[in-house]
Design a binder for this molecule. Sequence first.
Ligand code: FPP
Length: 247
Amino acid sequence: MAVAADVDAQRLPQHVAIIMDGNGRWAQCRGLPRTAGHRAGMETVRRVVRCADDWGIRVLTLFAFSTENWRRPVTEVAYLMRLPGEYLRSEMDELMARGIRIQMLGDRVGVPALTLRAVERGVVQTAANPGMVLNFAFNYGGRAELVRTVRSIAKEVKNGQLSPETIDEQTIADHLDTRGLPDPDLLIRTSGEQRLSNYLLWQLAYSELLFVPKFWPDFSEMDFEMAMREFQHRQRRFGGVSVSNNG
Ligand code: FPP
């Protein structure tokens, strides 16, 4: 789906982050197992990745598995662990053709070897691609990321590579999993829940938040377009007075 003629292509979010919520309820409404909801959710991932790329979004960050999701039944966790490999296998040709670069946010420790290998393969295969960055937040939690960040900064201080007085916001940003990427301009959460759920706690400080009352498997290209339009109507002030998305 291309950018609609009445949308200002110069005022689109550079980075869109999404909490893909509601797979379980989508399945439940249909009398299906929760895993069927995740499968349908993966189809939405395919659509939304193409759509975001068509819109010229520079970075798309999808919350695919949280550090809290380990509390789910083992069969559901096992199913979710298979999806990244399945997605990357089936989409790789298209990802390469589009020049999309895969990255992973989150703690690699604890992710089953097969899942990790599939993701790492995707990261390596697409590493030189010049296009949209597709970040999978997998075994990701915002607080855990901050703990890892503080540890790596502390290590550099201990080694004498960094002095405490020079630590500033940029130092922290440079040690996060998202280092090198702009912060999300827009966060979309589906399913009607209005929470951050430990997602990108540092990075979302000034993001516009959009809560869409639809389950993730039902999120369509049209909903993405509506999100872009809504973003253009938001006034972004970053604590000041004059920045806006609509002139
Ligand atoms: C939240 O819905 C969704 C998840 C925990 C998993 C999201 C995963 C996908 C959409 C598929 C991932 C695809 C790839 C390519 C990695 P929920 O299960 O919490 O829904 P509920 O709140 O209705 O129970």
